[in-house]
Design a protein around this ligand. Structure first.
Ligand code: PEP
Ligand code: MN
Length: 363
């Protein structure tokens, strides 16, 4: 017997052990199905896959000889999906949103947990390394876990600063990695998608691309969490359908980002629609972030909007932060300094629970 055949015999032995465990697991799955039917509980639980994999990753981390995390995610993800098929509980194409995970983790960022609200902060655009170093240093010191920065900028005028492209993304990745920060950055097209593949943790779809359905499908296929901005003229239903395109492509982790819609009101750049944020949480329990900077288009009411966003149930707030907003190459009117951001965060922390107290009486 040559060496390869000898090793394959061991692999066959391992496969038999795995098969025994799978049969036992399938039997337990049927028992869970019966118990759920008895209790009238839904067969499909969108949280279960995430919890199951996270538990195994933690268990694995205590082992002397841990398995690669990617292997655990791929194998147990597939086992879970197959179990759903067996139960007849796999989410159907009729309800693509059912596959979206309501909670998940990206690095240190915990998404969708009511007790872990977060900020995504950083400059509108990546301009220079100095800018990144200065802003990311401050944000990391403040405990912010996710940073933003556009390298591919969708600008109204083709003459405006278009971003640094791949170079900008590489810079952002390096400066974020050295500080343990999660990177959120926008993808505009196939070129930026390829550049972002290894450099971005959460892929942002901008408001102008929410209805670019072929791009959404391709982004869905990247296997990355996506921050899906609401189109500035899109209804809630159209926004949800855009997420369905991501799901069609393969996404299971989508963060919805409300960034204001166009109305007749011009005192603000857009009109922040918090009703829709409340509905996304109330009706669908989906992860939602509110981008107060692009909603307001001005600096003076960002803290109030952030308070309102968290009070409405948003999981996170996005804020544009620049070392020197007055000379920013884009969105100079709405960006704030790290110091102002720290002040905003302090104010939000103080005010968000503030509400008139009422007497405890029986009515
Ligand atoms: C951005 O966040 O950089 C951006 C361009 O936002 P929006 O797509 O919401 O305009
Ligand atoms: Mn901007």
């Amino acid at each position: 017997m040559n060496e390869i055949e000898r090793l394959r015999k061991f692999i066959d032995g391992c496969d038999e052990t795995i098969l025994h465990a799978l049969v036992e697991r399938a039997e337990l799955v049927q028992q869970v199905k019966a118990a759920k039917e008895e209790a009238g509980a839904p067969l499909f639980d969108p949280e279960r896959k995430g919890t199951l994999i996270r538990r195994l990753l933690e268990f694995n981390s205590y082992k002397d000889d841990p398995a690669p995390a990617k292997l655990i995610e791929a194998v147990f993800g597939a086992i879970h999906d197959a179990s759903l098929e067996l139960m007849g509980a796999a989410p159907t194409k009729d309800d693509p949103l059912a596959v979206l995970e309501r909670t998940f983790e990206v690095g240190d960022l915990r998404v969708g947990h009511r007790l872990n609200p977060f900020y995504i902060a950083g400059p509108c655009a990546v301009e220079t390394r100095e800018l990144l170093v200065s802003v990311l240093d401050s944000l990391a010191r403040l405990g912010v876990t996710a940073v933003r920065g556009g390298a591919y900028k969708p600008r109204t005028s083709p003459r405006s600063f278009q971003g640094l492209g791949a170079k900008g993304l590489e810079m952002l990745r390096e400066e974020a990695t050295s500080r343990g920060l999660v990177v959120v950055s926008e993808v505009l097209d196939q070129e930026s998608l390829e550049a972002a593949r290894d450099l971005v943790d959460i892929v942002q779809v901008g408001t102008r691309n929410m209805s670019n359905f072929s791009l959404l499908r391709r982004i869905g296929g990247m296997g990355r969490p996506v921050l899906l901005k609401r189109g500035y003229g899109a209804t809630l239903d159209e926004w949800l359908q855009a997420a369905a395109y991501l799901v069609d492509g393969g996404s299971t982790q989508v963060i919805f980002c409300e960034r204001g819609i166009r109305t007749f009101e011009h005192s603000t750049r857009n009109t922040l629609d918090l009703s829709t944020v409340a509905l996304l949480k109330e009706l669908h329990g989906l992860p939602v972030v509110v981008d107060v900077s692009h909603a307001a288009g001005r600096r003076d009411i960002l803290a109030q909007l952030a308070c309102a966003a968290f009070a409405t149930g948003a999981d996170g707030v996005m804020v544009e932060v620049h070392a020197d907003p007055s000379v920013a190459l884009s969105d100079a009117h709405q960006q704030i300094t790290p110091k102002a951001f720290a002040e905003l965060a302090r104010q939000v922390c103080q005010d968000v629970r503030r509400a008139p107290s009422i007497r405890e009486v029986a009515l």
